[in-house]
Design a protein around this ligand. Structure first.
Ligand code: ADP
Ligand code: ASP
Ligand code: MG
Length: 412
């Protein structure tokens, strides 16, 4: 019997009425003869509320207890969906992460899935034709038995990992848009829905800010070859559209040079002025940051006029900005710089496409177009299938729209 994992995000389960609509999608697949495991998120806004409560309770909370609190949102929706399915005559039961179990690392708040025992769910399929309604986002650490969570947006990862563990034929990620678009359809009205996108491109889009899928879920789909679709839960349950398939590059016939544009406001820029221009300085700056687990992304070192001092600019995640600043200021003497300047009102805008591998000058075109609109570029990075520019946050929409039309992505 074909086997399917269906995942529904927060907006899709925001009310009991919407959960009823989700149940109609599930019933359709059960009636079509599928064995179904459903992964649900917490109701929209719930996880934010739970996170805020932890912070209110104590600014330096115990991460193990944070996970106990924030995992609770998904417990509610899994129980509710099971109740609604039963009421519709579809056999169903809820599963919490620890009941399956979904074993994870003990990195509370950002745990990684290590192993999933799908046998209980499979027995439910075989013996009772029972839909498994699984709480997304949660797992358990085997050695300590403590509840863990997978990081924000982690239900996508729960779904893909479960699809791999159950050897499902497909994983359908239902959300509030009907697929993956050339850029965030909420900020560019002319964005186009893609029928297909390559794993590598989706991975870059997600890493560079498109929150439609959690990065780790794309990694898992790629690594286990899970056929993953992004589609809308707001489609008519009796007549749903297929959405976007994340697939191998070879399965895409019409390849564009640039497939999509992403942006991330989760960036902060740090500039160290008058750093000594001598061997070992870069190590002195970046080693302490690496030791503190702070990811440095874009780096620019200005060629010095006098061969004595230079300026170094780089970016860190916005959430790590204060920590990075403190570490560097503590090391000011050892590193040797005159001052530190920081900016958090910056955004990283990126263009992604596997076609960039075989085309020259793709980024250069963008620099010209941004300059023509008076947008100053603070930093640049490139890799094989993407390039990113750091600009003032005030220009986010203008820059995204500019690049979107520059590469012919606008819907006509
Ligand atoms: P869910 O709660 O279902 O997990 P998310 O809010 O996490 O949903 O992700 C869906 C959102 O991702 C959309 O509402 C959309 O605004 C945003 N998004 C950003 N970039 C893209 C993109 N390229 N294609 C589609 N959606 C995108
Ligand atoms: N509820 C969690 C969050 O908001 C997980 C998810 O929705 O994917 O981050
Ligand atoms: Mg999400």
């Amino acid at each position: 019997m074909p086997r399917l994992v269906m995942k529904f995000g927060g907006t899709s389960v925001a009310t009991v009425e919407r959960i009823r609509n989700v149940a109609r999608h599930v019933k359709r697949e059960v009636d079509a003869g599928h064995e179904v495991a459903v992964v649900v998120s917490a109701m929209a806004g719930k996880t934010n509320e739970l996170v805020a409560w932890c912070k209110e309770a104590a600014p330096l909370y115990d991460p193990r207890e944070y996970d106990v609190v924030v995992a609770s949102g998904e417990q509610v929706t899994s129980g509710l969906l099971a109740i609604v399915l039963q009421e519709m005559g579809v056999p169903a039961r809820s599963w919490q992460g620890w009941q399956i179990p979904i074993y994870t690392s003990d990195a509370h708040g950002a745990a990684r899935i290590a192993e999933i025992d799908g046998s209980g769910i499979l027995r439910g399929f075989a013996e009772r034709r029972e839909v498994a309604v699984v709480s997304g986002f949660q797992g358990v650490h085997k050695e300590t038995g403590r509840i863990t969570t997978l990081g924000r947006g982690g239900s996508d990862t729960s779904a893909v990992a479960l699809a791999a563990a159950l050897k499902a034929d497909r994983c359908d990620i239902y959300t509030d848009v009907d697929g993956v678009y050339t850029t965030d359809p909420r900020i560019v009205k002319t964005a186009r829905r893609l029928d297909r996108i390559a794993f590598e491109e989706m991975l870059e889009m997600a890493s560079l800010g498109a929150k439609v899928l959690q990065v780790r879920s794309v990694e898992l789909a790629m690594c286990h070859g899970v056929r993953t679709y992004v589609r809308s839960s707001f489609d008519d349950p009796s007549d749903p559209k297929e959405g976007t398939l994340i697939c191998d590059e070879e399965e895409i016939v019409e390849q564009q040079v640039v497939t999509g544009i992403a942006y991330s406001k989760d960036e902060a820029q740090i500039t160290l002025r008058n750093v000594a221009d001598k061997p070992g300085v870069a190590a002195a700056i970046f080693m302490p940051l690496a030791e503190a687990n702070i990811n440095v992304d874009m780096i620019i070192q200005v060629v010095s006029d006098d061969s004595v001092t230079t300026d170094i600019t780089f970016t860190v995640p916005a959430a790590e900005f204060e920590r990075a600043r403190k570490i560097l200021e503590d090391q000011q003497k050892a590193i040797g710089f005159s001052s530190l300047q920081g900016a958090t009102d910056v955004v990283k805008v990126s263009a992604i496409g596997v076609g960039m591998r075989s085309h020259a000058g793709v980024a250069a075109k963008a620099f010209r177009a941004l300059a023509d609109r008076g947008i100053n570029i603070r930093a640049i990075t490139t890799s094989e299938i993407k390039f990113s520019v750091l600009i003032d946050a005030a220009y986010t929409e203008l820059a995204v729209r500019t690049l979107h039309s520059l590469y012919g992505l606008d819907r006509i």
